[in-house]
Structure formats: structure tokens, C-alpha cells
Design a protein. Structure first.
Length: 160
């Protein structure tokens, strides 16, 4: 039990530091270049460190592997890095990743969208709006309501 908690703590620390590093990196490097550099470095490290990594490119899988990597890394993380310039990293991370990955899975035929998927995404999106209501610019000022910042709202809606 203690070992699992230690692993969880280390994983959480690494995960949290990743988003902080991205936010800092965006001060000096354009978002798509930062994302490309990050994932090219990661791919190079994995290709040399993981035994059998070349199997993803064997037996006619090269095109499929490259298209999949481009869709996931460009669609999801490229947009995520771009969005982190304008809204809090937690909002982008929580909202964008699950929704875009599900959209890609549905588009490629890996998942069949159902009303349960739509309900889960709607409930999650409503929950995120509730969590980040004050960061979106609402819930403050006189009368308890202020018009939301357009960039934050646009980023939130585009992830749905």
C-alpha cells in the first residue's frame, strides 16, 4: 500500500511538473515548435530505450503509426500547447485531452459514439465550467456576475 502511494506521489509530481515546464517553455518558444521538440525528443529516447519499439513500423504498419502519431500529437497536444498560451494549464489539460482523444477514436472507428459518451462529456464539461467558473471571468464583481473572458470561453467551447 505504501509503495503504491509512493508511486502515485512520484507520478503526480512528474505529471504536474510537465505542465509547469510547458507553461514556462511557452514564454520563449512557439507552441507547435515546443510540442514538436518535446515529442521528437521523447520518440528518440523511447526508440533507443525500449526493446521492440521498431515493431510499430513493421509489417506495413508504418503509415498507420505515423498517421496515428500525427493525429494524436498534432491535434491534441499541438492545440493543447497553443491553448495554454491563453487559459490556465489545468483547464486546457482537463478539458481538451479526453474530448479530443475521444473525437479521434470515434473518427477512426475505434469507438462508436453513444448517448452515454455524450452524457459523460457533457457532465464533465459542466463540471469543468463549475470548477473554473471564477477563472473564466464569471462569478466576481458587482452582482456576482461578470461577462466571461472571450478567450477562455472560446477555448472551453472549442474543446467540446
Amino acid at each position: 500500500m505504501v509503495r503504491n502511494l509512493a508511486f502515485f506521489a512520484v507520478m503526480s509530481l512528474i505529471w504536474g511538473l510537465t505542465w509547469a515546464a510547458i507553461k514556462l517553455g511557452l514564454d520563449d518558444v512557439p507552441p507547435l515548435l515546443l510540442a514538436a521538440a518535446r515529442y521528437l525528443l521523447t520518440a528518440a529516447l523511447l526508440a533507443t530505450a525500449v526493446r521492440g519499439a521498431g515493431a510499430a513500423f513493421a509489417h506495413g504498419r508504418t503509415g498507420r503509426t505515423i498517421i496515428s502519431a500525427l493525429l494524436v500529437n498534432t491535434s491534441t497536444y499541438g492545440l493543447l500547447f497553443w491553448g495554454m498560451q491563453h487559459v490556465p494549464s489545468g483547464l486546457v489539460n482537463l478539458a481538451l485531452i479526453p474530448i479530443l482523444l475521444f473525437a479521434i477514436a470515434a473518427f477512426t472507428g475505434e469507438e462508436r459514439p453513444t448517448w452515454r459518451h455524450a452524457s459523460a462529456l457533457a457532465i464533465g464539461s459542466i463540471g469543468l465550467v463549475g470548477l473554473f467558473w471564477t477563472r473564466l471571468g464569471a462569478g466576481s464583481g458587482s452582482g456576482g456576475y461578470r461577462r466571461p473572458k472571450s478567450r477562455s470561453i472560446s477555448a472551453s467551447l472549442s474543446s467540446i
